[in-house]
Design a protein around this ligand. Structure first.
Ligand SMILES: [Zn+2]
Ligand SMILES: [Zn+2]
Length: 257
């Protein structure tokens, strides 16, 4: 049976407070086989670990500090995430990276924290979930500098930057697409999806953000990850089943599911 993995969701965000169980059931009904839930602060980590307990082998937790919140890094942060990972509670480190669109945390602080998380991910032998927005050049340089030959991970919510795409593929990273691939103006993202080899592609919703074109403006949810697979299949001239199968295998391999 065709199954999908949503490799990046934020189910602990307030948008899901009223109907989270229904959202999760709809994902299962839509043949989503697993969800990688990304937690970004103490409260969401706590809630996400509870979800992983309540839905074993279905909801998995990755945790990090979003570049927006890089300023929150303090002396105990490295220890906090490392301890959680060593208890086998995390399957990924992140999201971490650089976001120069809003610059909600100072750029120097974003870089420092990004480097620390890349080091941590390698020390723990966990994949890094990397967020890069309007920061392609610095993202590439930092990944190259911090890679000790053990770095594995995914460039999530890929926006189609050709330079970043080339570097990520050279570095052995995976590239993950969201539903913004369905937007009319997103030719650059569809071009990337066409070019990137299928064995490096994963799919995600990044919900509650980035609903597919058909539901634009509404809350996104994991069940809609199928729309990402459909669009990739269309641009690659493949069946949805082939894209679902490959992206699911890629996610299982990378996250050790
Ligand atoms: Zn992100
Ligand atoms: Zn995210």
């Amino acid at each position: 049976m065709t199954m999908y993995i949503d490799t990046h969701a934020h189910l602990t965000f307030p948008e899901f407070e009223i109907d989270r169980p229904e959202v999760i059931e709809r994902a299962k009904a839509a043949r989503v086989e697993a969800i990688v839930n990304i937690a970004l602060d103490d409260d969401s980590i706590k809630k996400s670990l509870q979800l992983s307990k309540d839905y074993p082998d279905f909801i998995f937790t990755g945790a990090g500090l979003h570049p927006h919140e890089a300023s929150e890094w303090n002396d105990s942060t490295y220890q906090k995430f490392t301890a959680l990972a060593k208890e086998h509670k995390l399957i990924a480190i992140g999201e971490t990276g650089l976001d120069y669109h809003y610059k909600l945390s100072p750029v120097d602080q974003q870089k420092k924290v990004f480097r620390a998380f890349l080091e941590m991910a390698q020390e723990l032998d966990l994949p890094a979930v990397i967020h890069s927005r309007e920061a392609a050049r610095d993202t590439i340089n930092i990944i190259r500098e911090e890679n000790k030959g053990k770095l594995k991970g995914v460039l999530h919510c890929f926006a189609g930057d050709p330079e970043l795409q080339k570097a990520a593929l050279e570095l052995g990273l995976h590239i993950s697409f969201t539903n913004n691939i369905t937007y009319p103006k997103a030719d650059i993202i569809r071009t990337a999806a066409k070019e990137i080899p299928l064995d490096r592609i994963m799919i995600e919703t990044d919900c509650p953000f980035l609903s597919p074109q058909a539901f634009r403006g509404q809350r996104n949810e994991p069940a809609y990850v199928i729309k990402v697979a459909e669009k990739i299949a269309e641009v690659k001239g493949l069946t949805v089943e082939a894209v679902a199968f490959a992206t699911t295998e890629n996610a299982k391999r990378l996250f050790g599911l």
